[in-house]
Design a protein around this ligand. Structure first.
Ligand code: CAA
Length: 242
């Protein structure tokens, strides 16, 4: 029987590519989204993948949302924590709201979502948690103290929870994409992208969302059962994290 995979932030950008790739690999996929209703509905219609709206920064919304997915599709065996936002600003201009919004979604979202699926995975003695962190959580990025802190936190979350899940056959891994051709990266001022970021990528281009999606499909597979607590880096050679 097909396994159920739930992808947060699954209707746009990297998340959409992950949903499509998991669907093609035979999973029953559910895509969560928070804001962009129009894009989410269009994604659902084009792909046939069901979409579910809730905000991962709310513990209760995650409990209710996962409950709805499990009722309609089945127990979640693969959770991809992909939802993420940016509120870039130099630290001296960063507001408490910009800090809190990014931490709540990009870091607390992992707690809120994973907590809801964890008991079921333990009971069934199988699970895959895949957290989409970022190169900027590994190396730090100017203009992103909030985002870098959250994404680095995602790596600590991954390594600690992997140790707890191991005895129950639940793997917990992170992927650190570099700069991928999505709306999030295209929102970076053009001069910064061209003059500061692209020259730092040895392969000489942005990554494609599908290149991250293929990493997810591998980590979700039973073939990857011995890999847990790891960080898979996919950044075109931009940064080597020891
Ligand atoms: N790398 C190197 N230098 C950067 C930079 C970056 N990413 N971002 C800004 N700078 C430099 C600017 O070029 C500028 O330098 P000069 O004064 O020499 O021209 C200086 O920092 C100040 O920048 P701004 O004039 O743009 O300052 P601002 O206050 O108007 O805006 C900012 C600051 C909002 C941070 C804006 O520069 C910005 O959005 N930068 C991009 C930050 C970034 O890289 N975000 C990544 C988003 S993609 C993502 O997060 C996905 C992922 O996981 C990789």
């Amino acid at each position: 029987m097909s396994k159920v995979a739930l992808v947060t932030g699954g209707t746009r950008g990297i998340g959409a590519a992950i949903c499509v790739a998991l669907n093609a690999a035979g999973y029953k996929v559910a895509a969560n989204y928070a804001g962009n209703e129009e894009k989410a509905q269009a994604f659902g219609e084009v792909t046939g993948i069901p979409v579910f709206k809730w905000d991962v920064s709310s513990y209760q919304a995650c409990a209710d949302g996962v409950g709805q997915v499990e009722n309609e599709i089945g127990p979640v065996e693969v959770l991809v924590n992909n939802a993420g936002i940016t509120r870039d600003a130099m630290f001296h201009k960063m507001t408490p709201e910009q800090w809190n919004e990014v931490i709540s979604t990009n870091l607390s979202g992992l707690f809120n979502m994973t907590h809801r699926v964890w008991s079921g995975m333990r009971d069934r003695n199988f699970g895959r948690i895949i957290n989409i962190s970022s190169i900027n959580g590994q190396k730090g990025q100017m203009g992103q103290v909030n985002y870098s802190a959250a994404k680095a936190g995602d790596l600590g979350f991954t390594k600690a929870l992997a140790q707890e899940g191991a005895a129950k056959n639940i793997t917990v891994n992170a992927i650190c994409p570099g700069y991928i051709a999505t709306e999030m990266v295209k929102a970076v001022p053009e001069n910064v992208l061209k003059e500061r970021i692209l020259p730092q990528i040895p392969v000489g281009r942005l990554g494609e969302p599908e290149e991250i999606a293929r990493c997810v499909v591998f980590l979700a597979s039973t073939d990857a059962g011995f890999i847990t607590g790891s960080t898979l880096t996919a950044n075109g050679g931009q940064y080597y994290a020891g």
